[in-house]
Design a protein. Structure first.
Length: 233
């Protein structure tokens, strides 16, 4: 794994991809209060915040999230205030796709607003991570449909820190697994990212079996960070 403490500037961006995205290519989705930013909640669930949060930061975080909601904090180092509850911690892995062999796939279809219901159905079946009706606004999404027109696999792009594009929402219907569809879509989405001059990357949890696929495809582990899910008082 690369040492992020001594990482080159291009790799250092991945230490805090949410804030880098919201200050850059995804600025139009940013909702900001003080030092805390979040994506428009209709689009995505992610928050940007300093590692050391002050009392004002916690108050701004609560104001942005709303009471009785949940927030995800990445690499928090300051104590959790009274009445906030840590629900769980996910060991998050960050993979660079600088060595990914990308290629377009003519059989993949571009997914748009008219495909959202099918995409949400597939997401519900496979649970690859947070996805809302407007998440497709973050980037390009591709998929495969079977002979009956059913969406059986999809992948797309989520965060956009400068110089990078995150491959996300990689999902294959249970009955369509083992055909290499996920790998094809990862390479095809990656080809779109590379085509505009950026480098693919992705996140996964440490216990996700898909990690083995990503490593076989050439993704390199460059960082590990704790993602904490907290209940807002």
């Amino acid at each position: 794994m690369a040492d992020m403490a001594d990482a080159p500037p291009a790799l250092e961006v991945l230490r805090d991809p949410v804030s880098q995205s919201l200050r850059g290519p995804h600025a139009r989705f940013a909702r900001t209060r003080g030092r805390i930013s979040r994506y428009d909640p209709a689009v995505s669930v992610f928050y940007a915040h300093p590692a050391e949060l002050t009392g004002d930061d916690w108050a701004d975080l609560r104001a942005l999230a709303g009471p009785d909601s949940t927030v995800g904090l990445r690499g928090r180092r300051s104590p959790i205030p009274e009445h906030w509850t840590l629900l769980r911690t996910v060991r998050l892995l960050v993979f660079s796709g600088a060595e990914l062999h990308t290629r377009p796939d003519d059989a993949a279809v571009v997914l748009g607003p008219n495909d959202t219901d099918d995409m949400l159905t597939l997401i519900a079946q496979t649970q690859p991570g947070p996805f809302t009706r407007r998440t497709i606004e973050l980037g390009r999404y591709l998929g495969f449909r079977d002979e009956d027109g059913q969406l059986i696999a999809m992948a797309g792009e989520r965060m956009r820190p400068p110089g990078w594009g995150e491959i996300s929402a990689v999902a294959t219907a249970p009955h369509a697994r083992g055909q290499g569809l996920a790998g094809r879509l990862i390479r095809a989405v990656g080809a779109h990212i590379v085509g505009r001059g950026d480098t693919p990357f992705l996140h996964t949890s440490a216990d996700n079996p898909a990690r083995a696929l990503y490593e076989r495809m050439g993704f390199e582990l460059v960082d590990e960070v704790g993602l904490e899910i907290l209940s807002v008082p």
